[in-house]
Design a protein around this ligand. Structure first.
Ligand code: VG1
Ligand code: CO
Length: 542
């Protein structure tokens, strides 16, 4: 029943910021997915007879790869797999299932916020027994294995019916098809004041949740409408589609513009939110106010005690380096530690496991806590709702009061997508070469205080991760950060992160791009963005 199939290595299976992401036709090449899955197993030790969780965001090619993963898990000696019904598990739900059932680890099939479909993106990543994305030292080993692979093991079994919950046997291994929502919904109920939220939805409070035809739909429907009594119609685009309805399931101001427009309109609901392809990101828009993800993590941390799951306070806050310093001010006031990590959730795992941080966040719309080891879109939405219910104030009031207390970090990210790789690399190389000469230089009337290529020293395991983004800090605390994306699937994406701190309360209502205009111009002066990329404008501004 078990076959060992000869194969040849592919040279391009290096996991990026969050797993291996490629176009579907790349994944459809002969043995491409099998090679990567076998390389994951080859990089692991001691899983014989243990349990593996398998699920994905439902995008095109999800079902095919789930069948392959089941047959390969059986052939490689796993004792059991737990698979989300229909092949569905949001990324945070998968993390929770791995932790709750103390499984060996999990395989999550997703390209997150990237579009789906026959010519769009697919992805595979491995999460370890703590529920978190494989750390760099493991993804490095997986990559090595992909370069040397000569065969993979697969069981000859009929396709498993993944649409019916229950347990079957396949090639001696147990296959349990689980309800993808139940465990997760129960976890949320344990963290938040569901009675208060039910009361909120019984009042005239109105909410709009846009699942963007991605994986969060069934979770949001069950939790917001079924359990919390939000009116039918609160959730929109809640049916997961393999191509996300032809849209980018990326909850930002560009791809969720309809939500933004509604929330800024005359008859706006009180609270608007959206989530991404695999359910780990969140977009928060109050009536008449967009809350940047960097501000959101700061505001959630400042108010977390209002939710039952966090009433004992926070141990620490962690944010990725390009995320604004708004959370730092909250940590300082609370007298707790603030950790600055490289981009990517895998760097938070150690801090959460060691109980050094409770809440983590990234500027890219990722927020989460120690309840799982992934960022969690619906969690952020529910914590916001819990805070709104407890304070009895609007998003706008909460934000204004937050800025009055802590000051406001104006913040924006400019992305230049699908730049030719050579040109993007040349920009970064040139910038690195002149780092030493930048301190003391004056640009657009601002003086550069320091400049470096960010390296992270993990305080838990001592590992060092270098070249995690170039930071240019100005006197007074403003900064620009440059880095190349590790999740794109064609060409290179240059991300430019721009931040300015404003303590003056009378200047907390400026337009963000206007408030950052001098820094935006300075970023181009420093890095030669337009001349290197040949682009006059960023493709996406968030
Ligand atoms: C992007 C974001 C990063 C996030 C990663 C995965 O990475 O910047 O903050 O952790 O996506 O998120 P990059 O390397 O493209 O900048 V998800 O929701 O795509 O799993
Ligand atoms: Co995601």
């Amino acid at each position: 029943m078990i076959r060992t199939v000869p194969t040849k290595p592919y040279s391009d299976q290096k996991p990026g910021t969050s797993g291996l992401r490629k176009k579907v036709p790349v994944f459809q090449q002969e043995h491409y997915a099998e090679n990567f899955i076998q390389s994951i197993f080859d990089a692991l030790d001691g899983f014989k007879g243990k349990t593996l969780v398998i699920g994905g965001d439902g995008r095109f090619y999800n079902r095919e790869v789930i069948q392959k993963a089941i047959a390969m898990a059986a052939a490689n000696g796993f004792g059991k797999v737990m698979v989300g019904q229909g092949g569905i598990l949001s990324t945070p739900a998968a993390s929770h299932v791995i932790r709750k059932y103390k499984t060996f680890g999990g395989i999550i099939l997703s390209a997150s916020h990237n579009p789906g479909g026959p010519h769009e993106d697919f992805g595979i990543k491995y999460n370890a027994g703590n529920g978190g994305p494989a750390p760099e030292k493991l993804t490095d080993v997986i990559f090595e294995k992909t370069r040397a692979i000569s065969s993979f093991k697969i069981a000859d079994i009929d396709p498993i019916d993944i649409d019916t919950t229950g347990t079957v046997k396949a090639a001696g291994m147990t296959v349990e098809i689980i309800d993808p929502v139940a465990d997760y919904a129960e976890l949320m109920e344990s963290l938040f004041d569901f009675d208060a939220l039910r009361k909120l939805f019984k009042s005239d409070f109105r909410m709009r949740f846009d699942a963007m035809h991605a994986v969060t739909g069934p979770y949001a429907k069950e939790i917001l409408e079924n359990r919390l009594g939000a009116p039918n119609g609160t959730c929109r685009n809640f049916k997961p589609l393999p191509d996300f309805g032809g849209h980018h399931p990326d909850p930002n101001l560009v791809h969720a513009k309809h939500l933004y427009d509604e929330m800024m309109g005359p008859d706006a609901p009180d609270f608007g939110a959206a989530s991404d392809g695999d359910g780990d990101r969140n977009l928060i828009i109050g009536k008449g106010i967009f809350v940047t993800p960097s501000d959101s993590v700061a505001m959630l941390a400042a108010n977390a005690r209002l939710a039952p799951g966090y009433k004992g306070g926070l141990k620490g806050i962690a944010r990725s380096m390009p995320t604004s310093g708004a959370a730092d001010r909250v940590a300082e006031k609370l007298g707790i530690a603030l950790y600055e990590t490289p981009t990517g959730w895998k760097f938070f795992g150690n801090l959460l496991d060691a109980d050094m941080a409770t809440i983590c966040g990234e500027e890219s719309a990722g927020t989460g806590s120690n309840h799982v080891r992934e960022k969690d879109g619906l969690w952020a939405v529910l914590l916001w709702l819990n805070i709104l219910a407890a304070r009895g104030e609007s998003c706008k009031q909460i934000a204004a009061e937050h800025w009055a207390t802590y000051g406001r970090n104006y913040y924006s990210r400019h992305d230049y997508e699908e730049v030719e790789s050579d040109r993007a690399n040349a920009l970064v190389d040139e910038l690195r070469a002149k780092l030493g000469a930048l301190p003391g230089a004056s640009v657009r009337g601002m003086t550069i205080a320091s400049a470096d290529d960010f390296a992270y020293h993990d305080p838990v395991d001592g590992s060092i991760s270098e070249h995690q983004g170039i930071r240019v800090l100005f006197e007074g605390g403003s900064r620009v950060v440059f880095r190349l994306s590790g999740t794109g699937t064609s060409g290179a994406t240059l991300r430019v992160y721009i931040e300015r701190y404003e303590s003056d309360k009378s200047r907390h209502d400026l337009d963000t791009q206007a408030a950052l205009a001098d820094l935006i111009a300075a970023a181009d002066d420093i890095a030669g963005i337009h001349s290197h990329t040949g682009r006059a404008e960023p493709s996406v501004i968030t």
